[in-house]
Design a protein around this ligand. Structure first.
Ligand code: SF4
Length: 356
């Protein structure tokens, strides 16, 4: 297989054969590539902090980074870290497939991901069970079976739809594989451990910070957020900074993107695709970085603060809407435990932004 194909699709077995080598033990491979182990761990740490580090452009580095990151994720077996990384790979794969013009490459990728495809004129035939297994994206009309042309037990898919199916097949497979239980030999354990300690503790911190906010409770939302939601429910046209604040806040308290989408349902200029893109951009689940929730000071300067509506806000003790939420949600025991509410406070790149 040509080198540039392996570099574009680093998960292909051919890449593994080429850069891992035949008959080489995992321990020797990692020993020889300690440089990439360090780089892959740094890469994961950046992703954990909501940063958007680019994948290496050099072919060998790209493939080795992919292989070693997968080994590290299998070693760590942390769903949260794996998902963050896999979402990045999934996005890049989709963009690459959308630009792919060589049918042989599409077939190689499909074969690797166990998706049977056949060329049918300008389209591709995908067996219905295979299509359904991978068309599980919430709210994506393009992947609904009722919107597909069917032919002899197959979906007649455009390349665009095929790219989405392959993207989902990749993500499903990747998450399954990195979460399998694997016994690593002691030598490998000793090699990886020193590099992944920070990644693991950062993941714990993030989970702890999320847990500190308590379960989702709309009644604990600060007045500024309640006002935006109220306006949206009435069908008013909420400003971009207001929407941005809403998305960052809901994301930060743990709502998945599809739940955040529901808040936009009554907005007059609601366009599902654009809203979905914007939410992905703000939450860092697309290509972008993860944005922080604006502070009270920022919200005040934007005319979005309604502190006079709540005694806690008007007491002057609140400098961040998440602090309000935590105190209301968990009671006063949370007051002395507010600490940093910025989940990505260790990030070098993430900054508070007023609007995307
Ligand atoms: S003080 Fe802060 S939390 Fe309270 S309404 Fe104003 S911006 Fe929102």
């Amino acid at each position: 297989m040509r080198e540039e194909v392996i570099e574009k699709y680093p998960f292909l077995r051919a890449g593994l054969r080429q850069y891992f080598g035949e008959g080489v033990s995992l321990q020797s491979f990692l020993e020889e590539n300690e440089f990439y182990v360090r780089k892959s761990a740094d890469f994961l740490y950046s992703i954990m902090n909501g940063e958007d580090p680019p994948f290496p452009t050099d072919g060998e580095e790209r493939v080795k980074n992919y292989i070693i990151t997968k080994i590290i994720l299998t070693y760590i077996r942390d769903y949260f870290i794996s998902a963050r990384y896999a979402i990045r790979e999934r996005k890049v794969l989709y963009e690459t497939l959308e630009k792919e013009n060589d049918v042989r490459n599409l077939k190689s990728v499909a074969r690797e991901l166990d998706v049977d495809i056949d060329k049918d004129g300008g389209n591709y035939l995908i067996p219905i069970p295979s299509f359904l297994k991978n068309a599980v994206v919430f709210n994506d009309r393009e992947l609904k079976l009722c919107n597909q042309e069917l032919k002899g037990g197959n979906v007649v898919a455009s390349k665009h739809v095929l790219s989405k199916i392959l993207r989902e097949a990749f993500y499903r497979r990747y998450m399954q594989e990195v979460n399998e239980v694997v016994e690593f030999p002691q030598g490998v354990d000793e090699l990886i451990k020193p590099f992944v300690g920070e990644v693991i503790s950062r993941s714990r911190e993030i989970r702890q910070e999320r847990a500190n906010l308590g379960p989702l409770n709309e009644k604990s939302f600060p007045p500024c957020l309640a006002e935006i939601i109220n306006q949206m429910k009435m069908g008013a046209n909420v400003s971009h900074p207001g929407r941005f604040f809403l998305v960052t806040f809901l994301h930060r308290i743990g709502l998945p993107n599809d739940e955040i989408m529901k808040y936009f349902g009554k907005v007059p200029d609601f366009a599902e695709k654009i809203t979905k893109y914007q939410i992905e951009h703000i939450t860092g689940t697309g290509r972008g970085r993860e944005y922080s929730v604006p502070s009270c000071q920022t919200l005040m300067s934007l005319g979005l603060c309604y502190k006079e509506r709540d005694p806690l806000c008007s007491s002057g003790r609140i400098s961040h809407p998440l602090t309000f939420y935590r105190i209301k949600n968990l009671g006063n025991r949370a007051v002395g435990n507010t600490g940093s509410v910025n989940r990505v406070s260790k990030s070098r790149k993430t900054q508070e932004q007023q609007a995307p």
